[in-house]
Design a protein around this ligand. Structure first.
Ligand code: SAM
Length: 212
């Protein structure tokens, strides 16, 4: 399915390369979250926040951080968490690529989730992909031993390229097969993009990796 990937500056005009967080509140909220004593799971490109909101409610013993470039998505998802009284998760408006590089210390994440990242179809735009070599190496650096990387997409080329690159660059075990769960109600999908893809009858490519 064709996505309309955001252009960093178009989607978030207040973003500048010097400020990887949208504003000081995001930077503060991130600093508190990443210091959590609970095992931390981090999602890159959390969109409207369906996965993280449901995962935080199902796993109160863990802390979930969503990194999202589109400020409105991050703000709306954060407001929903507050309305629901969910305290073991937060959404941060930021550039996840830069935050993974500069703000996440090694061996600190129990899991990293990347669901339906913008494909950036044209070759000249591929460098904008969040699953770049830089991010793959940062995921390896920041996961704890036995930490998990979950990567799902509806774009077969992206899936194949990313899986091959992960295997070239890291010592991760995998990709492990992830069966498609049955959807038992209208929002019973991991993310909004998974929902949209499956309701359109299109395939989803899923991989799980584990850091040795
Ligand atoms: C296709 S959407 C998928 C959203 C969600 N994961 C889902 O499956 O419903 C990709 C998301 O990644 C976000 N994104 C793209 N580049 C990003 C970056 N550098 N940092 C954080 N988020 C990014 C976009 O704003 C968008 O919300």
């Amino acid at each position: 399915m064709q996505h309309s990937p955001p252009h960093l500056e178009d989607r978030n005009p207040q973003f500048s390369p010097r400020s990887r967080f949208c504003d000081v509140e995001d930077a503060d909220r991130f600093a508190k979250a990443i210091a959590s004593a609970q095992p931390i799971e981090l999602e890159i490109g959390s969109g409207k926040g369906l996965f993280l909101t449901q995962a935080a409610q199902s796993h109160p013993d863990r802390f979930f951080i969503g990194l999202e470039l589109a400020t409105k998505y991050a703000r709306d998802a954060q407001s929903k968490l507050v309305r629901l009284g969910v305290t073991n998760a937060c959404f941060i408006a930021c550039d996840a690529v830069a935050v993974m590089q500069h703000d996440v210390r090694e061996n600190s994440l129990a899991a990293v989730h990347v669901y339906f990242p913008d494909p950036w179809w044209k070759s000249r735009h591929k460098k904008r992909r969040v699953l770049s070599d830089e991010t793959i190496l940062n995921i390896q650096r920041t996961l704890v031993a036995s930490g998990q990387l979950h990567f799902w997409t509806d774009v077969l080329d992206y899936y194949e390229e990313a899986v091959a690159r992960i295997l070239e660059l890291t010592s991760f075990k995998g990709p492990f097969y992830v069966p498609e769960p049955a959807a038992t109600h209208t929002m019973d999908y991991r993310t909004h993009f998974e929902r949209r893809t499956r309701l359109n009858g299109l395939p989803v490519y899923r991989a799980r990796f584990e850091k040795p």
